[in-house]
Design a protein around this ligand. Structure first.
Ligand SMILES: [Zn+2]
Length: 81
């Protein structure tokens, strides 16, 4: 299916120019483009979700390390006293 970019009229594959305005017809890819946008959106959401989850895991891991270090420091202080 081909479509005129100016008047949006649809023609058969063998038609090269618009019968009304004479503009060169282009392949109609609207449906494919919508699918591609949905795919990109899903990928973007997946990447964002993955990044957030990864960030949370790294933050929690870092917090755990800091917590252990603080505990060790506190124990040292207690021994000194
Ligand atoms: Zn036209």
């Amino acid at each position: 299916m081909k479509i005129c970019p100016k008047c949006k009229k649809q023609y058969d594959e063998n038609q090269k120019f618009c019968k009304i305005c004479g503009t060169a017809l282009v392949e109609e890819k609207k449906k494919k483009r919508v699918g591609l946008y949905i795919l990109i959106a899903i990928l973007a959401i997946a990447v964002c979700t993955g990044a957030v989850v990864t960030g949370m895991v790294i933050e929690s891991a870092a917090a755990g390390r800091v917590g252990k270090q603080n505990r060790r420091k506190q124990r040292r202080k207690e021994r000194r006293v």
